[in-house]
Design a protein around this ligand. Structure first.
Ligand SMILES: Cc1ncc(COP(=O)(O)O)c(C=O)c1O
Ligand SMILES: N[C@@H](CCCC[NH3+])C(=O)O
Length: 433
């Protein structure tokens, strides 16, 4: 079997995961640089080099560290950030700010100011409140910023209800009611400090269907036509968001990138031809698709509780704080017992986290070899939205992150210590006695 070495250990990106667990401790996020670069290569081959006038950015909310910024920069992709913290990380990593797109539905004055001062390439303006702030900041800073408006196309993707974003009833984006959108476009056309380049929509995350992207393009093309005819506004850029789904378990049937991008490009051509519009620059911004399958998390099995005729719980040394997705979205994961790859999957266990929460179950009914304390569990496809969504609930220190490049593991985020947990705390002097 592939990914198994002579010691019958699970290997990931060419490294023995049991040895990684020993060297770096558990829980441990392990990320393969080669797998990330392969996905970036696929974006170049099937999108950037295949079509004219296209761009791609990595949605950094999926997984962001300074090392990741360096990888994305060297792959020639832009970066989508969604907060001052993500922007700051990118700036500190030296990411070229002209290739950064700044998203978010409630950007603060400080966040926008940071973006303006650092000449971020595009601000994706979500609402009128933000536009007002940006007008003031750009005037104060004497800068001209390029923006896209995020609009809500009124299309609902088929995914968990917490990660759909394109439907009418969404907190994101400017509704596509003709008067509202006309007013706001007319307003920025007159602005000295803001240049509207076009529009952005994002339909949701972990999507497997391309027809909704086509439907989104259809809606935006109609908007482009109306704005051209009504206001003489020419849309130069159209950002179709991210959302391309990946494989977590055998229930997922992900599509190759070109399944989405070819559909998007075909729809753009058809719609622009139909409405007699020039082709805008098309931008995509996948996050999960680039990094999700490039990560695994290693845990050590501790207590095992067998409830006869009901179920067996095997508890790990992490759980909800390092992976909240099962609790939040009922997300399903697959896992392997890394030190027993040659053994038959003769038993079924439920993998429980160590949090004081009954809902802290990582995987229900996983087939495994007979388990014992000390076994190493490797949970697959944890590269996206695990490290980035981790918390310190129950005061569990967050795991370290190891990046593997050419079979060489390198620590890129240290494990949190108990002292880190106390870093920001102050005991008021009157309580110190
Ligand atoms: C605006 C925007 N762009 C891109 C993404 C990336 O999504 P995904 O990781 O599903 O590709 C998201 C998250 O869903 C988003 O909100
Ligand atoms: N955090 C979500 C994805 C959100 C995407 C951002 N809009 C997940 O883990 O699936």
């Amino acid at each position: 079997m592939e990914n198994v070495n002579y010691e019958n250990h699970f290997t990931f990106a060419g490294c023995d995961t049991v040895a990684l667990a020993e060297e770096f401790g558990t829980p441990l996020y392990v990320v393969s640089e080669e797998m990330i670069r392969e996905r970036c290569g696929e974006i170049r081959e099937n999108f950037l080099n295949k079509y004219k006038n296209v761009k791609a950015a990595y949605a950094s909310k999926a997984f962001l560290t300074m090392a990741m910024c360096k990888i994305i920069e060297s792959e020639g992709l832009g970066l989508d950030v969604v907060s001052g913290g993500e922007l700051y990380t990118a700036i500190k990593a030296g990411f070229p700010t002209e290739n950064i797109m700044f998203h978010g539905n409630n950007k603060s004055w400080e966040e926008l100011e940071l973006a303006v001062i650092n000449d971020v390439g595009r601000i994706i303006v979500d609402n009128i409140y933000e536009l007002d702030l940006l007008e003031e900041i750009t005037k104060q800073q004497n800068k001209k910023m390029k923006i896209l408006f995020r609009v809500t196309p009124g299309i609902k993707g088929e995914t968990h209800e917490y990660i759909v974003t394109g439907q009418k009833d969404s907190k994101f984006g400017i509704p596509l009611e003709p008067e509202k959108i006309n007013d706001v476009v007319a307003r920025v056309m007159d602005s000295e400090n803001i240049e509207l380049m076009g529009f952005h929509f994002h339909l949701g995350s972990q999507l497997f269907e391309n027809h909704i992207y086509k439907a989104g393009i259809e809606v935006i093309a109609k908007l482009m036509k109306d704005l051209k005819e009504g206001l003489g506004f020419i849309t130069k850029e159209l950002n179709a968001g991210g959302g391309f789904g990946i494989r977590y378990t055998s229930e997922d049937h992900p599509q190759p990138l070109h399944y989405f991008t070819d559909a998007i490009m075909e729809a753009v051509e058809i719609q622009c031809c139909k409405h007699n519009l020039d082709l805008p620059t098309i931008i995509i911004e996948p996050g999960r698709w680039i990094v999700g399958e490039a990560g695994v998390t290693l845990y050590t099995i501790g207590s095992i509780k067998e409830i006869p005729n009901i179920r067996t719980y095997a508890s790990i040394d992490g759980g909800l704080p390092d992976n909240p997705r099962p609790a939040l979205y009922k997300a399903k994961y697959d896992a392997l017992v890394a030190n027993k790859m040659n053994e038959e999957l003769s038993t079924t266990v439920t993998i429980a986290g160590k949090c004081c929460e009954s809902g802290d179950i990582l995987i229900w009914d996983l087939d495994t070899p007979p388990l014992e304390a000390g076994d190493i569990l490797a949970v697959l496809s944890t590269g996206a939205y695990n490290f980035s969504m981790a918390s310190n609930y129950n005061r569990l220190p967050r795991p370290a992150v190891v990046l593997i490049n050419k079979e060489h593991p390198e620590l890129i985020v240290e494990r949190e210590s108990y002292d880190h947990l106390l870093d920001r705390e102050i005991i008021p002097s009157y309580l110190k006695k």
